[in-house]
Design a protein around this ligand. Structure first.
Ligand SMILES: Cc1ncc(COP(=O)(O)O)c(C=O)c1O
Length: 396
């Protein structure tokens, strides 16, 4: 009898090697830069299938491949390629699709360093043309299409104001115009949003966030069809060299086994805290796709099966002294960038955005110092609410 396996079971069993001679429950880490062969013929055979062969770790490594297999399975993609960071995956994907003089359509609220990559490298060095859209309306994207449009790059939900794009509709439009599509799917994780099934060509994640989940690795992945991933592996992956280390890949493999249970807790606690803040007199607005009051809540429910633990809210006050007083009064919420780990974090995105981006970009994002971003960790939710309560009481 074959037992139907659900994703939680598959994440425990599938993808990694189950044929260890010692019955090791966790595969060993292949901490090797190169792999040797018995003969000239064996080397020739390996090079004939270079996309899959284990020859040199800048190309492939068994520990990295196990994790790639599990990530592909999780996202419902044919193949995955693991990078040394999320930004390495973003850059490799975008560079794969764009050549000199091509046109790119993307959303205003993309992750800051992705916007910087476009502004400081793609535009000045490759003459890439860019159109920013809100992503809220299909007509807006249709109007932006030019004869040289080669890529539509999405981030849904985006990681500061959590605005969504209709992934299925945009994919259809892109296909009709022979335009490639790529999405940063980090927020929802491949567990709760399946962009490849909605027609997207290339899915990207910063595995530094929920997929890693313990704030101890930097990692990124691209997932797509076998032919697309093979092409990226032979060019942008191997030649730019932002390879995943076997050790990081093995830590990520560990984390993937607990992803469903961690995500369940992250979203449960986030929903409670988002509702608490939504009802609080000192909060102007909460941006959490899981809330029924969220402007795009029906699109969120339509294209995601769950929510994560990262959201933002706007304080009523725009008095910087009071904002800092609230921020500094928090004791359980640690203050720092990034998200998706076991620990709860608070950050004001305007701190880095005001230094790294232009005032126009900040305006396009609708960002001010009153915007707070929180990553809800795995602590007890009542403790976290108590911490927010006492810190909000400092605003007076
Ligand atoms: C939405 C999003 N995409 C991409 C990245 C880049 O990932 P990494 O820091 O792993 O390079 C981040 C990092 O914060 C992110 O938040």
């Amino acid at each position: 009898m074959t037992i139907k396996q659900h994703i939680e079971t598959e994440l425990v069993f599938d993808g990694d090697d189950n044929h260890d001679p010692y019955g090791a429950v966790v595969p060993p880490v292949y901490q090797n830069s190169l792999f040797t062969f018995d003969s000239w013929e064996a080397l020739e055979q390996a090079f004939a299938d270079k996309e899959n062969s284990v020859i040199y770790t800048r190309g492939n490594n068994p520990s990295v491949q196990y994790t790639e297999n599990k990530l592909a399975l999780l996202a419902g993609g044919e193949k995955a390629k693991l990078f040394s960071s999320g930004m390495a995956a973003v850059s490799a994907g975008i560079l794969h699709f764009l050549s000199q003089g091509d046109h790119l359509i993307t959303v205003s609220n993309i992750y800051g360093p992705t916007a910087t990559l476009i502004r400081d490298m793609l535009i000045p060095k490759m003459g890439v043309e860019v159109t920013y859209v809100t992503g809220h309306c299909l007509d807006e994207i249709m109007e932006a299409i030019r004869p040289n449009t080669k890529l539509i790059y999405l981030e849904s939900p985006s990681s500061v104001v959590f605005s969504l794009q209709d992934i299925a509709q945009i994919s259809l439009l892109a296909k009709a115009h022979n335009i490639n599509t790529m999405i940063d799917n980090t927020w929802a994780t491949p567990l709760y949003q399946k962009p490849l099934a909605l027609g997207i060509d290339l899915e990207m994640h910063s595995c530094t966030k929920y997929l890693g989940g313990h704030s101890d690795i930097i990692s990124g992945v691209l997932i797509g069809s076998q032919s697309l991933i093979n092409k990226i592996s032979m060019k942008e992956y191997e030649l730019l060299g932002a390879t995943s280390s076997p050790n990081d890949a093995s830590m990520l493999l560990r984390s993937l086994r607990t992803l469903p249970i961690r995500m369940e807790r992250h979203q449960q606690s986030a929903m409670r805290i988002a509702n608490f803040l939504n009802d609080h007199e000192k909060i102007a607005e909460v941006f959490y796709p899981g809330l029924s009051s969220f402007t795009q809540s029906s699109l969120a429910a339509q294209q995601m099966t769950g929510y994560s633990g990262l959201f933002s809210f706007k304080l009523q006050t725009d008095n910087l002294v009071l904002i800092k007083r609230f921020f500094n009064a928090l004791t359980l919420f640690q203050k720092g960038v990034s998200w998706g780990g076991h620990e709860s974090l608070i950050y004001a995105p305007a701190i880095s955005c005001s230094v790294e981006q232009t005032p126009e970009h900040m305006k396009r994002m609708g960002l001010s110092f009153s915007n707070m971003r929180v990553s809800i960790g795995l602590e007890n939710v009542d403790d976290l609410i108590a911490d927010l309560t006492q810190a909000l009481a400092k605003i007076e």
